[in-house]
Design a protein around this ligand. Structure first.
Ligand SMILES: [Zn+2]
Length: 457
């Protein structure tokens, strides 16, 4: 089998994956801020790194995957105010919906899912350590990270300090020694969540939560830190700086970033009104269709979400489930074959488009074959190969009942029987009418030696 290779943003190159401890692979992914359903762009890393999680679990005996929940944030405060809910009520509700939606798009539960508000003590401890080490200072109720103290600041996003100042990515404030410095702790105004601390009542900055929680669950140094490309700067750069200041080492060996997601060629934005939340998408599409779309483009590339792409994904799944339908033996549906080909595709820097092609090639062989024994074996192989990317986990029958709102399976069977009778009575006009009626409901039928097969288009 191929060796696992991943593109590392830290070195800007494709590298062989060498674990710190092959008995326990450790990975951290930045999770959702729970003020509302994530948009489909945020769902992309959830699915991509779920595939990585599944792959690592195939390759190693134990994988510890931590994905945090940001439940302290100004967006949460203002939404709770608008909805007249307590912050706890709002975040609990959004977290529950998030879990449901993750399940619908086939994302497995992670090993650790720490909530920021449950880890304030760990954050304060780390801030204290940064102050002791000279990497942070207190000022007017704030604690700030002293960016210039870290020589390699910018090593991940490959920015230098002068560029950051020229690009005005920095904010001047009276409590800052230097405009580049970023907040670790800040005072809370009236009505905003606040915790007691040695620096006064307040709340943490966003970056410190990931540093404190990854440290708690995965240690001072772990294998993989991943997330969307938009998080590389400043969020991941600042996480890296904080851990370096506290423990004197780079927190993760491999930094993996997925590309952006566009909608009809445009960036999603409130002002354009083109933001698609995962909730909205799930109203319109089956979760597996969404997952298929998110895996259809290589994770490092920009993915352009269009109606055409979702329609293609649905058709592809119809074709794959249609192939599984031809399996006649329940025991073969389990998928007990070695899934070597998709495994190899994923080992090559998570090449999911290639893995999908593998599935279609197997489906092709199934459609071409007339040997039922061979078909059963191929169906089992198809199941196994699909399992590692989290597709085709349902029974084919369930897929088709859930994905054709135009006609039920019973009705299709009834019409096929009626057509058979019409043909035997030489009523070809009626037989043709039934065929075209079915076609108008996206059902294609095909007469074979063993009877009439049908599939969704
Ligand atoms: Zn993070």
């Amino acid at each position: 089998m191929k060796k696992l290779q991943l593109y590392n943003s830290l070195s800007n190159s494709l590298e062989d994956f060498v674990p710190i401890d092959s008995d326990n692979i450790r990975i951290y992914v930045c999770g959702p801020t729970v003020y509302a359903s994530p948009h489909i762009g945020n769902a992309r890393p959830m699915v991509i790194f779920d595939v990585l999680f599944r792959l690592l679990k195939k390759l190693y005996p134990k994988v510890s995957y931590a994905r945090n929940i940001t439940d302290v944030d100004d967006k949460i405060n203002s939404r709770a105010r608008d909805e007249k809910m307590s912050i706890k009520e709002l975040t609990d509700k959004v977290i529950e919906e998030f879990h449901k939606n993750m399940e619908l798009i086939g994302v497995l539960p992670v090993t650790h899912e720490p909530r920021a508000t449950f880890h304030i003590a760990e954050m304060l401890e780390m801030i204290q350590k940064l102050i002791t080490n000279g990497y942070a200072y207190e000022s007017l109720g704030h604690v700030l990270f002293r960016v210039r103290r870290m020589q390699n600041y910018g090593m991940l996003s490959k920015r230098n300090l002068d560029e950051m100042i020229a690009g005005s990515r920095v904010e001047v404030a009276p409590y800052k020694e230097d405009p580049l410095d970023f907040v670790l702790w800040k005072p809370s105004e009236e009505g905003i969540p606040a915790w007691d601390s040695p620096f006064g009542k307040g709340r943490p900055g966003w970056h410190i939560e990931c540093s404190a929680m990854s440290h708690k669950y995965l240690g001072e140094q772990f294998d993989i830190h991943a997330g969307g490309q938009d998080l590389m700067f400043p969020h991941h750069e600042n996480e890296l700086a904080q851990n370096f200041g506290a423990f004197g080492r780079v927190m993760a060996n491999y930094w993996i970033h997925n590309g952006m997601l566009l909608v009809n060629g445009q960036k999603m934005s409130k002002s354009l009104g083109n933001v698609i939340s995962l909730d909205d998408a799930l109203q319109k599409y089956d979760g597996e269709v969404i997952r298929y779309v998110l895996l259809s483009t290589h994770y490092r590339k920009t993915l352009d979400w269009t109606d055409n792409l979702t329609a293609q994904a649905k058709q592809s799944l119809n074709r794959l489930y249609g192939a599984l339908k031809l399996c006649s033996d329940d025991s073969e549906k389990q998928g007990n074959e070695q899934s070597l080909r998709t495994l190899n595709a994923l080992c090559g820097n998570l090449n999911t488009p290639f893995a999908l092609r593998v599935l279609h090639e197997i489906a092709d062989q199934i459609y071409k074959s007339s040997d039922q024994k061979e078909i059963n074996k191929l169906c089992s192989l198809l199941k196994s190969e699909a399992d590692i990317i989290g597709l085709l986990s349902r029974e084919a029958h369930d897929w088709f009942t859930q994905n054709n709102s135009l006609i039920s399976e019973d009705e299709i069977k009834r019409l096929i029987a009626e057509r058979k009778k019409a043909k035997s009575e030489k009523n070809f006009e009626l037989a043709d009418k039934i065929r075209s009626d079915l076609l108008s409901k996206n059902i294609q039928i095909e007469d074979t030696a063993n009877g009439t097969d049908w599939r969704n288009l």
